[in-house]
Design a protein around this ligand. Structure first.
Ligand code: SGN
Ligand code: CA
Length: 517
């Protein structure tokens, strides 16, 4: 009897604790631009809906002004783990090694009794620490039949599509946890490779968007005038820089006598990974379409702009198809937590490491502080604590995720953490919220994007390019597509000075290092 009583007390105590400390399920994708999440609206919302991600927005909050601190993969991930800007956590550009000995939110959650796991893309070059379980893609990872690094360091290949497999593994981890007697709350990072380059769809989604013409952005043929001279030097144009085989999916062996213009640098690594059956399905989808394009192209009837337009359609159809699998898999996971009575006590977040250009300014890729790449999706559902369908407008950044997780888990936020908990925003209490955010980009030349730094407020954006000491100022209300810098315009003189002061104030506040030129 005594034994049963003790068991009951233990059971109730654990149940109460679980109630007090919710689970955190963090969906994270790679390069997912907000305009391809239908809850964010825009011209693609009807064409390519994302009903499962939208469900989170309908049942929770969709942050309308969410940004990254440094628009590139590894740095964004390091910022999320540490709540600090790149120059503080030391991961300033892709290829750096994350110092695993530093404080992270995963370690703090684990130490405080959370059961922690990360599955999928990691990209920090040192093994994950602070996780009871991890299984991650090496580097960028692959879409087809991907390899995952196991906790013992061994690499294992799994047949199938990365987005599905990442979800299978996340569900399997939750399932295993279900069987444990003394269950702790969990923190699960489910991190997809998609929709990152080379935008390779699941075989079942080939052709998913063929029946629609994807609307072109206004700036598909940007001339890069009236802004920093560095823009024209970019190497991320759909026109001049997407690879024919690698990105556009026309292999050399399909071309016969037709000579396509450069570039064509990277071959077909994803195609090469496929099984004969997958290759057959791929070829029966792309083959006839490529043949038709090559025929039209070789007749010389297509003007350069027509070719760009054709490439844009192909790029977007593939990109949106990879998003479709992400959305389906978010749905699969939500269904799992519904069926296992986890929904009420699980906070679910959907986010992505940065945004992406989908033809705006003629570009693919990210990096620039321009809106499409600077914005991160941030959607969060927390039953009973967040009003369903709310749309907070305050400026938030990925430095805020770690302190938010700590706050949710009722842990103290270390003084060194640079972000702020978003919990007050969930409850609509946002007095004294920040009015500006700081941006830095430190890479040294991939896609020919120079280092740049800036500040954004609700209406304006100031960018500084140390390489040629240029300033650009955008009035986002009057010029939402960021086509004309007004830094030289006398009407903006006071605004320019105020923003410069704010920029230097933020740099001091965040302890930013001097610019290297
Ligand atoms: C790779 C891509 C680049 C991309 C970077 C950074 N080339 O190098 O186009 O900008 O990753 O992306 S690829 O041939 O490998 O696809 S990030 O999301 O990892 O930061
Ligand atoms: Ca990325």
């Amino acid at each position: 009897m005594k034994h049963i009583y003790a068991y009951l007390v233990f059971f109730i105590a654990t149940a109460l604790q679980a109630k007090e400390r919710p689970n955190i399920l963090f969906f994270f994708s790679d390069d997912h631009a907000i305009k391809t999440i239908s809850a964010y609206g825009g011209p693609l919302a009807k064409i390519a809906p994302t009903p499962n991600i939208d469900r989170l927005a309908n049942e929770g909050a969709l942050f309308l002004n969410s940004f990254c601190a440094n628009s590139i993969c590894g740095p964004s991930r390091a910022t999320i783990l540490t709540g600090k800007h790149s120059h503080i956590n030391g991961f300033m550009r892709n290829g750096n090694r994350f110092n695993p000995n530093q404080w992270t939110v995963a370690k703090a959650l684990q130490d405080s009794g959370y059961h922690t796991a990360v599955i999928g893309k990691w990209h920090l070059n040192t093994n994950p620490q602070g996780f009871d379980h991890w299984e991650v893609l090496p580097g960028q990872g692959s879409y087809y039949n991907p390899v995952f690094i196991q906790m013992d360091g061994k690499r294992k290949r799994f047949e199938g599509y990365a987005t599905d497999i990442t979800t299978d593994k996340a569900i399997a981890w939750l399932d295993k946890r279900k069987k444990e007697a003394n269950r702790k709350p969990f923190f699960l990072m489910c991190q997809h490779k998609a929709p990152h380059r080379t935008f390779a769809p699941a075989i079942r989604h080939l052709g998913a968007y063929d029946r629609v013409k994807i609307p072109e952005p206004k700036t598909l043929f940007d001339d890069y005038q009236n802004r920093s001279s560095t823009l024209a030097k970019n190497e991320m144009e759909i026109d001049r820089h997407l690879d024919w085989a690698y990105d556009i999916k026309i292999r050399k062996d399909e071309r016969g006598e037709v000579n396509l213009p450069k570039p064509d640098r990277y071959g077909t690594p994803e195609y090469n990974r496929m099984t004969p059956m997958q290759k057959m399905k791929w070829n029966s989808y792309f083959g006839p379409k490529n043949k038709k394009f090559l025929k039209d192209f070789s007749k010389g009837k297509m003007k350069n702009q027509d070719v760009v337009r054709w490439k844009y359609q192909r790029y977007m159809r593939n990109y949106l198809s990879t998003v479709k699998a992400v959305d389906e898999n978010v749905g699969r996971m939500l269904e799992y937590i519904d069926k296992n009575n986890l929904t009420k006590n699980t906070i679910v977040i959907y986010s992505s490491d940065q945004g992406f250009f989908l033809g705006e300014h003629g570009w693919y890729d990210k990096r620039w502080m321009f809106e499409e790449s600077f914005r991160m999706p941030f959607i969060i559902r927390w039953p009973d604590s967040i009003k369903p369908g709310s749309k907070p407008t305050k400026l938030i950044q990925n430095i805020d995720y770690a302190p938010t997780f700590l706050d949710i888990a009722k842990l103290e936020i270390p003084i060194e953490v640079q972000g702020r908990s978003l919990v007050p925003l969930f409850q609509g209490i946002d007095k004294r919220w920040r009015k500006s955010i700081y941006y830095s980009y430190y890479e040294l030349g991939e896609h020919a994007v120079p280092q740049h730094f800036g500040v954004r407020t609700a209406q304006h954006k100031l960018i500084y390019f140390p390489i040629n000491k240029e300033w650009n100022l955008f009035d986002l209300q009057k010029d939402p597509h960021e086509l004309k810098s007004v830094h030289f315009n006398p009407a903006y003189e006071k605004k320019l000075n105020d923003l410069k002061n704010e920029f230097y104030r933020l740099r001091e506040y965040f302890n930013a290092p001097a610019f290297s030129e």
